[in-house]
Write a protein that binds this ligand. Structure first.
Ligand code: CTP
Ligand code: MN
Ligand code: MN
Length: 510
C-alpha cells in the first residue's frame, strides 16, 4: 500500500467504543499478571478514567476498580506525588515503598507498546515545588487549565527531554520522515512542527479535548492523534514502517555520506540491502561513503555521554596545544542534555580569532591527530565568511564558518574485563565529530546556532523574520528596521534583542 495515501483523510471506520458507566468487566484475559493497576479518578475525571481502564483491560492489563493491598501501580493525572500520598492517607492506606506512583504518561506508553514499559524518572510523579527559581530541574506537571497560551514558535516554549507525549511524537516523526524521503517538504515541516509542540506539553494528551488550544496541529495531525488515543497505535504509521521505500531510505541514509539523492538512486536501481550495495562492482562511492561503510556498525551505535566526554578531553588537549586561550564548547544534542547522540559537536573560538585572517588551528589539529593515527576520515571545509553579508533568508541555511566533519578513532579508556567487547579484540570505536571554528565576535551566534535543536533553530529564525523584522543566522542578527547589525556577547543578549525570554539549552529540545 502506498503510504502517501495517508494524506487522503477519508473517514475511518471507528471501532465501537465503550465509555462512562458501560465499562467492560474486568474478567477479560489478563496477560500481565505481575502488576495490578489502580487509576485515580481525582483530577482525571470519571469518564477518562473509565476509558483508560477499559483500554488497559482490552490490552491485557489487570486494572482494579477499587484500591486494595494488591495494587502495585497507582496511575494519576495532574497530581503531584504529595497529592496522591495525601489522598492515600485519607483512604487510610499506607503507601509501601514498592507501590509505584505514576503519571498517566506511563500507562499511555504501555498502551502503545502493548505491554508494560519500564518505569523511568519521567513517569514518576513530580514533587510540586512552589518556587520555580531553579530551572535546571524537571518541570512540574501543570493541569491543562493553568497552562499559558502555547506559542506556535519553539523558541517561545520550554522543551525538556521529559516528553510526556512520546507515543504521539514517535508516530508523527515517522510520518514526517516518510514525507522527507518523498521530498514533500510542506508535510515534513508540518509533522515536525506538530511533534515539536507536543514535546513541550507538561501533560499527556488523553482526549481530543486536550488538543483544542494547541497550535500547529493540522487536521491530518489531529486525525493521527485521535487514532492513537482510541487504539493505542496508528495504522498509517504501521503502513509506513512496513513500506519498502521507507525501509530502504531509512537503511541507506543511515550510512554516513548518503543523502536522499543517493538513497533514491540506489532504491531505483533495485537495491534493498547494504551488503548488495557494498559488494556491487559498478557503483562508485565518495570517500565519505567509503568511510561510512567501513565504520558502519560503530557509527550507527549511538555515542554515549561518556564517549563524548572522552572526545572532549582530546579535542581540548589538541586545540590548546596550538591555542592555549581557546574556548572549546561542546554544542549540539549533548549541550541540550541528551544522553546519547549521533555525533559530538564542538565550537572553537579565541579572542585572537578574527574575521580577517584564515585560521590554521583546525588544520594543525587534523595534522596532529593524523600523525597519531586517530583520524579515520575528515573533510575540512574552509570558511566562506564575508563580514557584511546579511543573514541568510533560508531557515535551514548552512553557515560559512571553517569546520571539519570527521570520524575519530576513540580508544577505550580502560579495558574492562567484565564487559565483553562487541568485536573481539577491537579496542576502539569510530565516533563522528564536528568541529566548528568561529571569529570571537560571532561566538554567541555560532553557539546558539550549533546548540539546536534543528526545530528550535528553524523557529528562532522564523520568529526573527516574521515577528521582529530581523534576520538571524549562525553568524549575526540584523535589524531590518534600524538597518544595523546587533552585537551580542552571549546567547542571553541575542534572546533579549529578539524580545524573547531566555530559554536554557536543556529547554531547547524542540
Ligand atoms: N547545524 C548547523 N549547520 C550544520 C549542521 C548542524 O547549523 N551544517 C546545527 C543545527 O542547528 C543542529 C546542531 O548544529 O541543531 C547540531 O547538529 P547535529 O549534530 O546534526 O544534531 P544534534 O542536535 O546534535 O543531534 P545528535 O545528537 O543526533 O547529533
Ligand atoms: Mn550532534
Ligand atoms: Mn553534528
Amino acid at each position: 500500500m502506498d503510504p502517501l495515501r495517508m494524506a487522503d483523510l477519508s473517514p475511518r471506520k471507528k471501532r465501537p467504543r465503550q465509555t462512562g458507566a458501560s465499562m467492560s468487566s474486568p474478567s477479560q484475559d489478563v496477560k500481565f499478571q505481575d502488576l495490578v493497576i489502580f487509576i485515580l479518578e481525582k483530577k482525571m475525571g470519571r469518564s477518562r478514567r473509565a476509558f483508560l481502564m477499559e483500554l488497559a483491560r482490552r490490552k491485557g492489563f489487570r486494572v482494579e476498580s477499587e484500591l486494595s493491598d494488591s495494587v502495585t501501580h497507582i496511575v494519576a493525572e495532574n497530581n503531584s506525588d504529595s497529592d496522591v500520598l495525601e489522598w492515600l492517607q485519607a483512604q487510610n492506606i499506607k503507601a509501601s515503598a514498592q507501590l509505584e506512583l505514576l503519571d498517566v504518561c506511563w500507562l499511555i506508553e504501555c498502551m502503545g507498546a502493548g505491554k508494560p514499559v519500564e518505569v523511568t524518572g519521567k513517569h514518576q510523579l513530580v514533587v510540586r515545588k512552589d518556587n520555580s527559581a531553579n530551572a535546571n530541574t524537571e518541570p512540574q506537571k501543570t493541569p491543562l487549565l493553568a497552562v499559558k497560551k502555547i506559542s506556535p514558535y519553539a523558541c517561545q516554549r520550554r522543551t525538556t527531554l521529559n516528553n510526556c507525549n512520546q507515543i504521539f511524537t514517535d508516530a508523527l516523526e515517522v510520518l514526517a520522515e516518510n514525507y522527507e524521503f518523498r521530498e514533500n517538504e510542506g508535510s515534513y515541516l508540518a509533522f515536525m512542527r506538530a511533534a515539536s509542540v507536543l514535546k513541550s506539553l507538561p501533560f499527556t494528551i488523553i482526549s481530543m479535548k486536550d488538543t483544542e488550544d494547541i497550535p500547529c496541529l493540522e487536521d491530518k495531525v489531529k486525525y493521527i492523534i485521535e487514532e492513537i488515543i482510541e487504539d493505542g497505535e496508528c495504522s498509517e504509521v504501521k503502513a509506513v514502517l512496513n513500506d519498502e521505500r521507507y525501509q530502504s531510505f531509512k537503511l541507506f541514509t543511515s550510512v554516513f555520506g548518503v543523502g536522499l539523492k543517493t538513497a533514491e538512486k540506489w532504491f531505483r536501481m533495485g537495491f534493498r540491502t547494504l551488503s548488495k550495495i557494498r559488494s556491487d562492482k559498478t557503483l562508485k562511492f565518495t570517500q565519505m561513503q567509503k568511510a561510512g561503510f567501513l565504520y558502519y556498525e560503530d557509527l550507527v551505535s549511538h555515542v554515549t555521554r561518556e564517549e563524548a566526554e572522552a572526545v572532549s578531553v582530546l579535542v581540548k588537549e589538541a586545540v590548546w596545544a596550538f591555542l592555549p586561550d581557546a574556548f572549546v564548547t561542546m554544542t549540539g544534542g549533548f549541550r541540550r542534555g541528551k544522553k546519547t547522540g549521533h555525533d559530538v559537536d564542538f565550537l572553537i573560538t579565541s579572542p585572537g580569532i578574527t574575521e580577517e585572517e584564515d585560521q590554521p588551528i583546525l588544520l594543525k589539529v587534523i595534522n596532529l591527530w593524523e600523525r597519531k593515527g586517530l583520524l579515520l576520515y575528515y573533510d575540512l571545509v574552509e570558511s566562506t565568511f564575508e563580514k557584511l553579508k546579511l543573514p541568510s533568508r533560508k531557515v535551514d541555511a548552512l553557515d560559512h564558518f571553517q569546520k571539519c566533519f570527521l570520524i575519530f578513532k576513540l580508544h577505550h579508556q580502560r579495558v574492562d574485563s567484565g564487559k565483553a567487547s562487541q568485536q573481539e579484540g577491537k579496542t576502539w570505536k569510530a565516533i563522528r565529530v564536528d568541529l566548528v571554528m568561529c571569529p570571537y565576535e560571532r561566538r554567541a551566534f555560532a553557539l546558539l546556532g550549533w546548540t539546536g535543536s534543528r526545530q528550535f533553530e528553524r523557529d528562532l529564525r522564523c520568529y526573527a523574520t516574521h515577528e521582529r523584522k530581523m534576520a538571524l543566522d549562525n553568524h549575526a542578527l540584523y535589524d531590518k528596521t534600524k538597518r544595523m547589525f546587533l552585537k551580542a556577547e552571549s546567547e542571553e543578549e541575542i534572546f533579549a534583542h529578539l524580545g524573547l525570554d531566555y530559554i536554557e539549552p536543556w529547554e531547547r529540545n524542540a
